[in-house]
Ligand binder design. Structure first.
Ligand code: OFO
Length: 182
């Protein structure tokens, strides 16, 4: 059972995760257009991760017998600054997501909603990884500065990022997680 407040907070988080997916999809398109195919791949993998984050909450709301209420997803920007500017923007966005996950966790604690606390723990851990990934790439981009060779090397490295999360949710989240071995 979810309180109305928790149900609303989780529905809002679905929207934030969908926006994250949309933002990274837009960044991927921008990178493709500017010839950074590896960066484009990295952001497209990130898009899939965000879709999983949204779908897990979507399924949890339903399993708890509450109503999914989807809201409009705001349009992301279509053009971006340098790769360093883009990853700085990504980190700022992920820090915002971390704060929103923490706020929902605070609500779950205040409401003594143990099921939601356990559910949200996965997101708390995931956000540490999200910020760490961005910080690592930002550090590399700062070392590279304006060196095109360094940028191309990093682009090749980011081209190797693979999607490890499920992408087909047609049979539900549990089946998707099981078939992806997640
Ligand atoms: Fe869903 O973690 Fe990024 O936004």
């Amino acid at each position: 059972m979810l309180s109305d407040k928790m149900s609303q907070a989780l529905n809002e988080q679905v929207n934030r995760e969908m926006y994250s997916a949309y933002l990274y999809m837009s960044m991927s398109a921008h990178c493709n257009q500017t010839g950074l195919k590896g960066f484009a791949n990295w952001f497209m993998v990130q898009y899939h991760e965000e879709m999983l984050h949204a779908m897990k909450i979507y399924a949890y709301i339903q399993r708890q017998g509450a109503q999914v209420k989807l809201a409009a997803i705001k349009a992301p920007p279509a053009s971006f600054e340098s790769p360093l500017g883009m990853f700085t923007q990504t980190l700022t966005h992920e820090q915002f997501i971390t704060r929103s996950i923490n706020d929902i966790m605070e609500l779950a604690i205040a409401e003594k909603d143990h099921a939601s606390q356990i559910f949200l723990e996965w997101y708390v851990t995931e956000q540490v990884e999200e910020e760490e990934n961005d910080n690592d790439i930002i550090a590399q981009l700062k070392l590279i500065q304006d060196n095109p060779q360094g940028l191309m090397m990093l682009d090749r490295e980011l081209a190797g990022r693979m999607t490890t999360v499920p992408t087909d949710f047609s049979k539900g989240i549990q089946s998707a997680m099981a078939s992806a071995g997640a």
